[in-house]
Design a protein around this ligand. Structure first.
Ligand code: UDP
Length: 247
């Protein structure tokens, strides 16, 4: 926990329940089946989706019907200071990247009816162009848009007959900084937070995942309820922004 430079004020002057400005630039990667660049404050993530007409071996071996969604997450070397060495150079995947890409996969699998997808694999790639906190929540929120664009394309090409998307999915961070619950933490706030919680939810108002922890600190049930209220309001706005970007 590092103290924030100024007391009670947010680094960028936002209200406690205010999201950073959000922009989705679709078709950012023209060779992908669906793609978007999500710009969320100073965090930027490229989300690209491609489709393979096969399923993982374990699905074939276990006779699991339908398809699969898998995700990869990575921070580009120049997305942060100091430069972040590529995993391939180190020869092994970063534990944090692995945790985040599993989270993205779980979040998106909750958005889709895998049986309706048919025997194919959707590969989601999230590459962080610029990191300023909340890269996993940006990756999930942007990846859902890229996934929707990819599904749209598969339907227009006649590869999919029935729309497999069941719910929209978005994610946001909330935390307690200097005793105050805040929505959508930027890096300096994240570093100063006593409690940090990432919330993944769908458009039916259901939870997909909660990743919450006290950082050298604890939190009460009442504080958790406050954080969930803040987070749910943020998710509501994010779902609207996704729909606008897909309209
Ligand atoms: N960060 C970084 N280098 C790293 C990991 C994290 O610069 O190797 C910064 C980055 O700004 C990131 C923030 O720390 O957004 C918070 O990281 P965290 O692991 O909490 O994940 P995130 O909030 O990005 O989902």
């Amino acid at each position: 926990m590092t103290p924030l430079p100024s007391h009670n004020a947010r680094a960028d002057g936002r209200k406690p329940d205010q999201l950073r400005p959000l922009r989705l630039q679709n078709h950012f990667a023209p060779h992908a089946t669906g793609s978007t660049l999500i710009e969320w404050g100073n965090t930027r993530v490229i989300c690209g989706v491609m489709v393979e007409e096969s399923v993982p071996r374990w699905m074939k071996e276990q006779n699991v019907p339908g398809g699969w969604i898998t995700a990869e997450y990575s921070m580009l070397p120049y997305s942060t200071r100091p430069r972040k060495t590529r995993d391939i150079t180190k020869g092994k995947l970063d534990g944090r990247s692995q945790e985040i890409q599993r989270l993205i996969g779980r979040a998106l699998r909750a958005a889709i009816d895998l049986e309706k997808l048919g025997p194919r694999t959707i590969c989601v790639d999230c590459d962080v162009l610029q990191a300023d906190g909340g890269t996993r929540t940006a990756a999930i929120t942007g990846a859902f848009v890229a996934l929707s664009l990819a599904v749209r394309r598969l339907m227009s090409e006649g590869l999919l007959k029935n729309n497999p998307l069941q719910h929209s999915v978005a994610a946001v961070s909330v935390g307690i900084v200097q005793g105050q619950p805040l929505l959508d933490l930027c890096y300096t706030e994240d570093a100063a937070a006593a409690v940090d919680l990432n919330l993944v939810m769908n458009s039916a108002g259901e939870f997909i995942e909660l990743q919450g922890s006290g950082e050298e600190s604890t939190f009460s049930e009442a504080q958790l309820a406050q954080l969930l209220t803040l987070g749910k309001a943020g998710i509501h706005q994010l779902l609207h922004a996704q729909q606008a970007a897909l309209a």
